[in-house]
Write a protein that binds this ligand. Structure first.
Ligand code: LLP
Length: 865
């Protein structure tokens, strides 16, 4: 036997599928050739399945849609030009496709009939016929001998009478069966084949198509025929994401998903993969690996039967739009036998496939599947007429579905509570939870869908950098800056010697790097769309920090009179009028004293106006509004939405205005603060939209205060908040406001967090069972954030910064609480008693929230300049 040609039993075909945008760009071809080589050099025969060049199928479809008006000569000229240009750019003979183009001309001049589904299929197939011929030529140019494979010989459709003629030609279905003899004979003839995707044959040998996006299905069906274990799908994205990255830049790459989840994701709107492609893969146990053609360095998504079950988890938030919603109302339908049958009969007659259904005693709500239907206006009018004979009908054609997708959704419904608050002010037409326990879907107005996806994503998909086997890096991390996040060296690495010296004779200390504070202030002051920046001193009221912030040009925001006094005492030249007092549930005396001191005041509760209004007569105040939903790194720091105690709900604004008028209180500004540790710029855009809308109703408003909440990355490889994007969006939005309105922000964390570190000596180490502990001289009495919010702070052994980590430790403090943990599962070098450990990013809400619990004094505070 020829050793070069393996037997069918040992031959594992590799199927590589390249999408339309991959094959359409000359600069992608070196990548495509490299992938094909790589696989074929592993000794496996390869089939390259290609889509039509991007846009070509659309162009052919437009020709069909134009019917008798369509101009054959124009179509031919356009397609000819498009393909010849690519041939040239690839360094190929521009006449290489002339034969196929001539066949197209003959077809158009002769048998083409725009009203026949069979002829439509033949016309549309030309896109892939052209791209596959081009692909053979391009591979050969680089010395990869490839043969063209006619997909119609391998993929044969099966049909049932119940499907329309149109569907049978244009979205045909195959039931591929393994064919070892075919696999063997092909492997003998060539090691590399190129096959057009999308195209199959019916049992009568006519050309049929597998539906839009059907090339993925061609690839997995072919894999089933040839007995391949894996299909590699290459496109212009690296895989499936936890949301559409165009709307949610923080969407995370899904590293691994199971078939059922992938199917649900694809069906519910994740565009990167065609849902039908998963059926043969599932049935034949074929693994799908998704990749980005020009970024072989990015690990894509694996869709595999062996995907590890990670327990119940929302993997993605997806939306589909436009969705047509049909609402049927009839009090008499309850218990009426055959009502639904009659309704569905109408859908069947009109060839409309129903997607989701929900019923109550007097209402049935259905949605139409946008992919499977041609629901144009005449069809919908007909539908309304026909259903109108049975009951009252309402058809809304501008809806969207927003779905949470993941295994075991049912078991985590209770955890979704806070996330679902985002629906508070939106109209929900339908909620459905699929029996397969994989999705929870809401039908809402189309215009709300993007926002809802963003908000739900932020609330239910874990943030941060990908350390787990399900969620990979975010889209931003992969693409915002192609070079990847630039990890600048933190200040404490540069100033390591000084820090070690500062610790002479000490057990623990907070150290603040004032130049870092100044640099953060400068970044904030450079925002063109922001007129004033206040430092929210609750993050860190250390006098040096206050002085540094004010000297850099920031004002001060405070939440108690003691904070106000601290600022006035610490900073020379600071006047009460330069500050803003934003109390929440403070007593009447505090409000009175604030007025006496001349502190500008923010009111966040109608009670204050209703009962103490007279104390505020003649004052100019800010009203703190609750824009309806909060964001933040943890639920405890989301300060808007119905569960949060802050702010005046928008529904009470009118009442607030009346009360202010009654007490002669002038509303000088509006304020909102949605939460803390927010990494997405559009949070402040949304606040500005909401406050701007409210401000239009109040002539006296001069200032819109968008609050703080600007997040900082926890980890070195996490991208920072894009403050340029924040600024850009604000600049756009403020154009819609009167030019006299000023914009303020009041961040705390952003100013001080990275500037601070907590240093603590190792007191002892311990191993108990499998777990090793490093004990520090201080714990949750100095830093409560890990215990309270599960916050993650980088921990290093400053004394052994050059030694790599060699063991996993829990880093704990000396407090009598099991929650006294500073970091779990940290890879650290073997540490000894007396070593100095550093806990990073602790300038904000560290010392400020410290306590004397167990009568252990928290770490003293030092500054470096
Ligand atoms: N403005 C108002 C009205 C606030 O309530 C807050 C923080 C800020 C500004 C400043 O937020 P920042 O820019 O620092 O995110 N202890 C929590 C943070 C609680 C924040 C409370 N309010 C933590 O350690 O994460």
């Amino acid at each position: 036997m020829n050793p070069q040609i393996p037997t069918a039993a040992t031959t594992h075909w590799r199927i590589l599928k390249f999408g339309g945008s991959s094959v359409a760009r000359a600069e992608n071809w070196p990548h495509i050739v490299a992938r094909v080589r790589e696989f074929s050099q592993q000794g496996q025969p390869v089939v390259v399945v290609v889509s039509a060049l991007r846009g070509v199928t659309d162009r052919l479809q437009a020709h069909i849609d134009d019917g008798a008006q369509a101009d054959n000569a124009v179509l031919l000229a356009e397609l000819g030009q498009r393909h010849r240009r690519l041939l040239e750019e690839c360094g190929l003979d521009p006449s290489a496709l002339d034969e196929t183009l001539a066949a197209l001309q003959t077809f158009l001049d002769g048998e083409y009939d725009s009203s026949s589904p069979a002829k439509q299929a033949q016309l549309l197939a030309f896109g892939e016929r052209l791209s596959s011929r081009l692909s053979v030529a391009r591979l050969e140019l680089d010395g990869v001998a490839a043969q063209w494979l006619d997909s119609r010989d391998l993929l044969v459709s099966f049909e049932t009478e119940s499907r329309s003629r149109r569907a049978r030609y244009l979205s045909a279905r195959c039931r591929p069966q393994s064919d070892p003899a075919k696999a063997k004979s092909l492997a003998k003839k060539s090691r590399v084949w190129v096959m057009p995707g999308f195209i199959a044959a019916n049992p009568g040998g006519e050309t049929v198509l597998l539906g839009r996006g059907g090339s993925d299905t061609s690839a997995t069906s072919l894999a089933a025929v040839l007995g391949a274990h894996t299909v590699d799908i290459f496109s212009d994205v690296p895989g499936l994401f936890s949301a559409d990255p165009r709307h949610v830049p923080g969407a995370r790459l899904l590293r691994q998903v199971g078939f059922r989840e992938a199917q649900e994701l694809a069906a519910m709107g994740a565009k990167a993969l065609h849902p039908a492609a998963l059926i043969p893969a599932h049935e034949h146990g074929i693994e799908i690996k998704m990749h980005q053609t020009d970024r072989p360095d990015i690990e894509g998504t694996r869709i595999t039967p062996a995907a590890r079950e990670h327990g119940a988890q929302v993997k993605a938030i997806v939306q589909r739009k436009p969705i047509t919603l049909v609402s049927l109302e009839d009090i008499g339908m309850w218990q009426q036998v055959g009502f639904l049958a009659a309704v569905f009969e109408v859908f069947r007659r009109l060839d409309l496939s129903v997607d989701q259904v929900s019923t109550s005693e007097s209402n049935v709500t259905l949605t139409l599947d946008p992919d499977a239907n041609v629901a144009d206006r005449p069809v919908l009018e007909e539908l309304a007429r026909e259903l109108g004979k049975l009951c009252k009908v309402e058809i809304l054609s501008d809806c969207a579905t927003v779905s949470l997708v993941g295994l075991g959704i049912r078991t985590i419904l209770h955890r979704l509570g806070p996330a679902l608050e985002v629906f508070e002010q939106r109209r929900i037409f339908q909620v459905s939870q699929a029996a397969n326990d994989l999705n929870l879907t809401f039908v809402v107005e189309s215009r709300h869908a993007d926002r809802l996806v963003q908000q739900l994503h932020q609330q239910v998909i874990p943030g941060g950098v990908g350390g787990d086997s399900v969620f990979g890096p975010t889209w931003e991390q992969l693409f915002r800056n192609d070079a990847g996040p630039v990890a600048t060296k933190p200040w404490w690495q540069t100033r390591r010697e000084e820090l070690i010296k500062l610790m002479d004779g000490r057990e623990c200390a907070y150290v603040y790097d004032l130049p870092s504070v100044r640099a953060a202030c400068e970044r904030l002051l450079s925002l063109g769309a922001v007129d004033r920046v206040l430092y929210s001193m609750k993050a860190n009221p250390h006098p040096e920090i206050l002085r540094t912030a004010v000297n850099a040009g920031l004002g001060i925001e405070c939440v108690s009179l003691n904070e106000a006094r601290r600022a006035l005492d610490s900073v020379n030249g600071l006047a009460a009028g330069d500050m803003l007092f934003t109390p929440n549930f403070a007593g009447r005396a505090e409000y009175r004293q604030a007025v006496e001191l001349g502190l500008p005041l923010t009111i966040d509760n109608l009670y204050v106006l209703e009962h103490w209004g007279s104390d505020l007569a003649g004052q100019s105040v800010f009203l703190r509004l609750d824009p309806g939903s909060g964001l933040g790194h943890h639920k405890l720091v989301r300060t808007a939405g119905s569960h949060a105690k802050f702010g005046i709900p928008l529904s009470e604004l009118d009442r607030a205005l009346t009360l202010c008028r009654a007490h002669d209180i002038r509303i000088r500004g509006l304020h909102a603060h949605t939460g803390s540790g927010i990494m997405h710029a559009d949070n402040w855009h949304r606040s500005l939209e909401t406050l701007g809308e409210a401000a239009r109703r109040i002539d006296s408003v001069e200032i819109i205060n968008l609050g703080g909440g600007l997040g900082v990355p926890d980890r070195a490889d996490e991208l920072p908040l894009d403050i340029a994007a924040m600024d850009g969006g604000l600049a756009q939005l403020r154009k819609q406001l009167p030019s006299s309105v000023r914009i303020w922000i009041e961040p705390g964390r952003y100013v001080v967090s990275p500037a601070g570190v907590l240093l603590a000596r190792v007191t002892q180490t311990k191993g108990k069972g499998d777990v090793r502990y490093i004990g520090l001289a201080t714990g949750m009495n100095s830093l409560i954030r890990p215990a309270l919010y599960g916050a993650w702070h980088e921990i290093v052994n400053l004394s052994r910064l050059d030694e790599g980590g060699n063991r996993v430790y829990n880093v704990v403090g000396p407090i009598c609480e099991s929650g006294d943990i500073l970091g779990l599962d940290r890879l650290l070098p073997d540490s000894r008693e007396g070593d100095i450990m550093l806990i990073a990013n602790t300038g904000a809400y560290g010392a400020a929230m410290a306590s004397h619990y167990n009568l252990r004094a928290p770490a003293p505070e030092l500054t470096l300049d």
